[in-house]
Design a protein around this ligand. Structure first.
Ligand SMILES: [Zn+2]
Length: 266
């Protein structure tokens, strides 16, 4: 009941009108803490790209079993969405990962965006629209890194949306694999409101779940999720925390959704 009460107290702040004006991150501290937490718990570290003194890095955690399934998680591609990297940090620090998977984690794909508190990178480019005819150094380096990795059983991209009335997610699952979506939404419900709108971002939604019927080849601008679907996995989730709500609850929402997804994938 305590968790439910917390949910009822979690109200829209109403201060994010026309953009995100909530809490921000000190990106140098974030990157230092992410790296420290990963290395402290046995993840390997790889530098993907560097802009000045800001690094994009990838972590990898080997499985304790052979033939483990492979999970990819990324976040921090929009610099005005702090809950994703903070959820990654919290998960790294808690070190409570189901051992039967091998993990790849890119915890902050747009460090200059976080430095500027902007969705885009320092060149005003939305990196999450740059995965087709790629122009940015960040995404070009990320794709080069991804191409060296194996196929993933599932991929998760953690985001935030300042317009939404609660948590929601997109599921790209063209082969009708067992869906993780309902379990994720169910796990978020005690810690954060769910956006129950019938239309979210111009797409039909049901109980906070959007199954976009789309063919990425028809789209000129690809988000990371499309590239992953076309090249690395057949199951991609984009998780959206509601950034007009308090930051703590948004981080809890993303962590709860990821835990539920990994437990369901077992
Ligand atoms: Zn985003």
């Amino acid at each position: 009941m305590a968790a439910l009460g917390e949910n009822y107290r979690m109200q829209r702040l109403g201060k994010n009108l026309g953009g995100y004006f909530g809490e921000t991150l000190e990106v140098h501290v974030l990157l230092r803490d992410l790296k420290a937490a990963a290395l402290a718990h046995g993840w390997s570290y790889e530098l993907v790209y560097k802009i000045g003194d800001l690094e994009i890095f990838a972590f990898r955690r080997k499985a304790t079993q052979p033939a483990a399934r492979r999970v990819y998680i990324s976040t921090g591609i929009h610099g005005d969405e702090p809950a994703g990297p903070l959820a990654a940090l919290q998960m790294l620090q808690a070190n409570d990962w189901p051992a039967q998977f091998e993990y790849w984690l890119c915890p902050c794909l747009n460090p200059t965006g976080f430095f500027l508190n902007s969705r885009e990178n320092e060149d005003r480019k939305d990196l999450n629209r740059d995965y087709r005819n790629t122009e940015s150094g960040e995404v070009a380096a990320h794709i080069r890194w991804l191409e060296r990795q194996p196929h993933f059983d599932a991929a998760f991209c953690l985001h935030e949306d300042w317009e939404s009335h609660g948590f929601y997610l997109y599921e790209l699952n063209p082969d009708q694999l067992p869906s993780l979506a309902a379990k994720m939404v169910g796990a978020v419900t005690p810690v954060c409101p769910i956006d129950m709108s019938p239309m979210i971002e111009g797409r039909e939604a049901l109980g906070g779940i959007i199954n976009p019927s789309l063919d990425p080849s028809d789209r000129p601008l690809w988000p990371e999720a499309f590239w992953l679907l076309q090249n690395k996995t057949r199951l991609v989730y984009t998780l959206e925390a509601p950034s007009d709500f308090p930051l703590d609850g948004r981080v809890k929402a993303l962590v709860a959704a990821m835990k539920a997804a990994l437990n369901q994938l077992v």
